[in-house]
Design a protein around this ligand. Structure first.
Ligand code: SF4
Ligand code: SF4
Length: 411
C-alpha cells in the first residue's frame, strides 16, 4: 500500500465521521471555573458548576462522579480544560495510542500539585486465550512490571493512583497469582497506591472475583443502559461496593450511536445519568473528545435525575434501523465461526472505529483478536448468528480494512 492508498483508507473511515467532528469548538478564555472543593456534594455559586463527589470505596479517594476517560482524546488542551474545570481523575492505559496517550497526560500534569489529580492506568497481563480469556503459561509477571514502569516514565510520575490489570473477563484471569502478586508488590513499593481490574465482558464474574481476591481495591467495569445483563451487572456492582471496592464505570455511552450511519446519536447526558443514578458507582469515565462534550458531561452533575424526555431517549428506537454499534459481549456467538474468529472482540473494535472514531484503538483491537488475512472470503455463508442481529460478516469485512492502514496514520 502506498501513501495515497493509506490516506484514502483513513479518509474512507473518517468520511462518515465528519459530522461528528464538526462540533469541535475552541475553549473560550475564562470559560471554566476554578478547581472545586474536593469532598462532599457541592452546589456551586452561580458562576460555578455544581459538582457531585463520591468516595471511591476503601481507597478513600474523593472523586467527582464525572471523570475523564482519556482513551479517545489526543488534544492536551482538552485534558487541561477537564482538570481546570474540576475533574480530578484521568483514566488511561499502557496501550492507548501506542503510548502517546500516557505521554500526553504526562505533559499536561507536569508541574501540577500531585494531590490535584488522580491517575489510573491499565497494563495488560500478557497473552490471553481468545476463546477462554485465560492467561497462557508463557504469561510473564516480569513483562507486566516492565510495561508498568514504561507507563510511569511516559506519565513522568513515580507512582500512579490506580494500576489496573487490563481487560479481564474470567474469574481465573482476575485471580491469576503471578500477576496479582506482582501488582501487590508494586503497591507495597509505592509505585501504585491502589490496584484494580478492568472488565468489559462477563463483568459480574470479574466483579465477584475482585471481591473474592481480598486484594483488589477498584473495579473498572462496563455498565450501561443497553446491556441485556445490566441487572446482573448492577447486582454484582452492589456486592463489590458493599465489600468496599471502588467502582468506576466505563462504556457508559453504549457505543455513542444507535446506528452505524451515525445519524441517531444516543442522548449522552441521559446515558451518563442512568449510570450515575446507581450510587454504588463512584465515578464514570466518559471518553469525551471535544470541549462541547466535556461541557455536556459536566452538566449532568446539575441534576442526576432523568427527565421524562431523557427516559424516553433511552428507549430503543422504533423502528430500529440497525442493531447499533454496541456489542453486548454476551458470547452468544461463541464457537459459531468455523474460522474461530473472536467475534466479540472484533465487534468491540468495530465500535471503536465507528462509535468512538478511534481508529488506532480499533486496529489494536483487531490485533488483540488475532485477525489475519480475510477469513470471511472463504465462507459461502456466514454461520454466525448474533443475538443483537448484527450482520457479523459485513462488520468484520468492514473493520478489517483497518489492518491495511499504517499505524502512523491512526490516532
Ligand atoms: S463469514 Fe462469518 S462464519 Fe465465515 S469467517 Fe466470517 S465471521 Fe466467520
Ligand atoms: S456479536 Fe452479538 S452474539 Fe456475539 S457477543 Fe456481540 S452481541 Fe453477543
Amino acid at each position: 500500500m502506498n501513501r495515497n492508498d493509506s490516506l484514502n483508507s483513513r479518509r474512507g473511515f473518517l468520511r462518515q465521521g465528519a459530522a461528528g467532528l464538526a462540533g469541535v469548538t475552541v475553549l473560550a478564555a475564562g470559560r471554566w471555573p476554578e478547581v472545586h472543593a474536593r469532598a462532599g456534594t457541592e452546589t456551586a455559586s452561580p458562576d460555578r458548576r455544581p459538582f457531585i463527589y463520591r468516595t471511591l470505596g476503601k481507597t478513600g479517594l474523593k472523586v467527582s462522579v464525572v471523570s475523564m476517560g482519556v482513551m479517545n482524546a489526543d488534544n492536551p488542551n482538552l485534558v487541561r480544560a477537564a482538570l481546570d474545570a474540576g475533574i480530578i481523575h484521568l483514566d488511561t492505559a499502557h496501550v492507548y495510542q501506542r503510548g502517546r496517550n500516557e505521554e500526553m497526560i504526562g505533559e499536561v500534569i507536569k508541574g501540577r500539585p500531585r494531590d490535584s489529580f488522580i491517575i489510573g492506568t491499565k497494563v495488560k497481563g500478557g497473552h490471553q486465550d481468545r476463546e477462554t480469556g485465560l492467561f497462557g503459561a508463557d504469561t510473564s509477571a516480569a513483562a507486566f512490571v516492565e510495561d508498568f514502569h514504561t507507563s510511569l516514565r511516559r506519565l513522568q510520575l513515580d507512582h500512579v493512583d490506580i494500576l489496573y490489570l487490563h481487560n479481564i473477563n474470567k474469574r481465573e484471569a482476575a485471580l491469576f497469582e503471578p500477576l496479582l502478586s506482582a501488582m501487590l508488590r508494586l503497591k507495597k513499593e509505592g509505585k501504585t497506591r491502589f490496584i484494580g481490574v478492568s472488565t468489559h465482558r462477563n463483568e459480574p464474574e470479574v466483579l465477584r472475583a475482585a471481591v473474592e481476591s481480598k486484594a483488589y481495591d477498584v473495579v473498572l467495569t462496563a455498565y450501561n443502559f443497553r446491556q441485556d445483563h445490566r441487572d446482573e451487572v448492577k447486582r454484582a456492582i452492589a456486592e463489590a461496593a458493599a465489600a468496599g471496592l471502588g467502582i468506576v464505570a466505563m462504556k457508559t455511552q453504549a457505543g455513542a450511536y444507535w446506528d452505524r450511519e451515525r445519524q441517531q446519536p444516543i442522548n449522552m447526558q441521559a446515558a451518563l445519568k442512568w449510570v450515575l443514578q446507581d450510587e454504588n458507582v463512584h465515578t464514570a469515565i466518559p471518553g469525551f473528545t471535544t470541549f462541547d462534550q466535556l461541557e455536556t458531561d459536566l452538566a449532568v452533575m446539575a441534576d442526576l435525575a432523568l427527565s421524562p424526555v431523557e427516559k424516553k431517549d433511552l428507549q430503543p428506537r422504533e423502528p430500529v434501523t440497525s442493531a447499533g454499534l454496541y456489542c453486548q459481549q454476551c458470547d452468544g456467538c461463541r464457537g459459531q465461526c468455523p474460522a474461530a474468529l473472536d467475534i466479540p472482540t472484533l465487534m468491540r473494535g468495530y465500535m471503536y472505529a465507528y462509535g468512538y472514531r478511534n481508529l488506532g484503538a480499533a486496529k489494536a483491537t483487531l490485533a488483540e483478536a488475532g485477525l489475519a488475512g480475510s477469513p470471511c472470503d472463504d465462507c459461502a455463508t456466514c454461520r454466525v448468528s448474533c443475538r443483537q442481529g448484527f450482520d457479523v460478516r459485513a462488520k468484520v469485512a468492514d473493520v478489517a480494512r483497518l489492518r491495511h492502514v499504517p499505524d502512523d496514520f491512526l490516532v
